[in-house]
Design a protein around this ligand. Structure first.
Ligand SMILES: *Cc1c(COP(=O)(O)O)cnc(C)c1O
Length: 226
């Protein structure tokens, strides 16, 4: 999909759907941030989104971030949303403002060890709320420990939690995973003022907003399959 007007209308439709879901939940539309997930799409498509006013871009591979970032101009923030190998931490650092996939102690240590100074990295601890084997994210039992380690680190600032809902789950299963993240956040993040809940993708963002999401990560519904 590379027709500019299609992209524009999909973006408008997505903003409308987010606003409606917020309104049904009794929330203001500005309480949910749209992260446009552009993995497998060209830097050109990313740039068009930025030109259309999208300020937050999600990518899940360091290599793609490195290859696209030099071509992007304007007012935007890149979010690393995929599994981050410790040996790639240094490569991704200069390009992103957020890392949403903090899922283990070793990664926190690594990020501290490569910290170049300057602004701290904004991070979310990613939790596996569905229990699906293949899913990334920490065990809910270790979430609190990881949050504490982030708050003690010198390079990272804890902003909240992230999860991927069960991919083939029914409505009840998906909503209960999102609810689980919200409850964990009350336990692990409320004392430090880290209120972000990054949950919801193309297929389930409306349920996520109902459950308190503050960041939805939308790929397919915005930029199409690729
Ligand atoms: C690809 C991806 C998304 C977007 O998924 P869509 O279903 O295409 O909207 C969101 N979050 C993560 C972590 C992803 O890897």
């Amino acid at each position: 999909m590379d027709n500019g007007s299609t992209l524009e209308s999909r973006l408008k439709e997505m903003r409308d759907r987010i606003a409606s879901a917020c309104s049904r939940a009794g929330r203001g539309a500005e309480s949910v941030r749209l992260i446009a997930v552009t993995k497998n799409h060209s830097a050109d498509t990313v740039q068009r989104l930025i030109d259309l006013g999208v300020t937050d871009i999600g990518e899940n591979r360091v290599q793609e971030i490195e290859s696209k970032a030099p071509y992007l101009k304007g007012d935007y923030t890149l979010h690393m949303i995929g599994h981050l190998q410790t040996n790639k931490a240094q490569k991704v650092w200069p390009h992103v403002g957020w890392i949403q996939s903090i899922d283990r102690e070793r990664l926190i240590e690594r990020l501290d060890s490569i910290y170049p100074g300057g602004p701290k990295m904004q991070v979310l601890v990613e939790v596996n709320t569905s229990g699906e084997e293949s899913k990334s994210g920490c065990d809910p039992k270790t979430c609190e420990t990881l949050c504490e380690l982030v708050t003690k680190s010198k390079s990272l600032e804890l902003k909240g939690l992230m999860t991927i809902g069960p991919l083939n789950g029914d409505e009840r299963a998906v909503k209960s995973a999102f609810q689980r993240l919200r409850k964990l956040s009350e336990k692990c993040c409320s004392w430090i003022d880290a209120p972000e809940l990054s949950m919801g993708m193309s297929g389930d963002f409306e349920w996520a907003i109902e459950q308190g999401s503050t960041m939805v990560r939308i790929g397919t519904a915005l930029v199409g399959e690729r």
